[in-house]
Design a protein around this ligand. Structure first.
Ligand code: AMP
Length: 181
């Protein structure tokens, strides 16, 4: 991406210190989503390398991954698949537990959401420690998906999540980085 454009895009993300707790800087993308040019540009940039190839599904992580994933799926003429917190999906699901800073949580996907060897792009707004995205990767692979790439608007590289995904053989695409947590 053109470095000036990258800076413009970065300026649309609102940073909120000490939210949700002291020491965390919350990177709020609602301001990026609310800016028509920034929203379109982010989606265009995220899908750019994959637009010529075959992508069957875009899988978005609840909840901000739904907003980006729906737009990306439309752009790629692919289907959209939600990965949700446990208990929200109505049909038969596969479930995986993953660690959060305090305790564990579980996420689910419909068992029949993706066909064997279908080509899937995973998306969320931000990758930090990678706990969420690694769990989503394992879940997708369990039901037979081939992951083309994992896309995020924001990377917090000091927390190592993108690196963890790459070590699992997943291509990672991010549009900007922020220091720290
Ligand atoms: P992780 O599993 O540590 O990679 O955390 C990723 C998930 O937590 C994503 O769904 C993000 O939306 C959210 N998240 C983690 N850290 C931040 C942060 N500093 N600002 C905004 N969202 C965050």
């Amino acid at each position: 991406m053109d470095p000036r454009l990258a800076l413009d895009l970065k300026a649309t993300v609102r940073s909120i210190p000490d939210y949700p707790k002291p020491g965390i800087v919350f990177r709020d993308i609602t301001t990026l989503l609310g800016d028509a040019r920034a929203f379109r540009r982010s989606v265009d940039e995220l899908v750019h390398p994959y637009a010529g190839g075959r992508v069957d599904k875009v899988a978005g992580i609840e909840a901000r991954g739904f907003i980006l994933g729906g737009a990306m799926a439309h752009q790629l003429s692919a289907g959209f698949v939600p990965i949700r917190k446990k208990g929200k999906l109505p049909h038969e699901t596969v479930r995986i537990a993953y660690s959060l800073e305090y305790g564990v949580d579980e996420m689910e996907i419909h068992t029949d959401a993706i066909g064997q060897n279908e080509r899937v792009i995973l998306v969320d707004d931000l990758i930090a420690t990678g706990g969420t995205a690694v769990a989503a990767t394992n879940l997708l692979r369990q039901i037979g998906a081939r992951i083309v790439a994992a896309c995020f608007i924001i990377d917090l590289p000091e927390l190592g999540g993108a690196q963890k995904l790459r070590e699992l053989g997943v291509e990672v695409r991010t549009l900007m980085e922020f220091e720290g947590h």
